[in-house]
Design a protein. Structure first.
Length: 86
């Protein structure tokens, strides 16, 4: 077994490729959504779908879901700031 995290892989496999993959992603997403360390858009029951999408993007890009979430959060913050501060 490799030293890689359970939520990132070197070979891309979509979380939507099988029921087992999707159920695994749901369990991982639920743990992320319960964390206070993830951005607000990913927290709680309402953030669960966002967590699943972040896991999918992370797998495609060989990144950590945390990196995807932080990048997305930064992009959203920057966009909203430019709208309200213009």
């Amino acid at each position: 077994m490799s030293d890689q995290s359970a939520i990132t892989t070197t070979s891309y496999k979509s979380v939507y490729s099988s029921i087992q993959s999707f159920e695994s992603a749901q369990r991982i997403a639920a743990s992320l959504a319960d964390s206070a360390l993830v951005p607000n858009a990913y927290r709680g029951q309402a953030g669960l779908p966002n967590c699943i999408v972040a896991i999918e993007i992370a797998n495609r890009m060989s990144m950590s879901p945390f990196q995807v979430m932080q990048r997305d959060n930064a992009a959203l913050s920057e966009a909203s700031c430019s709208i309200c501060c213009s």
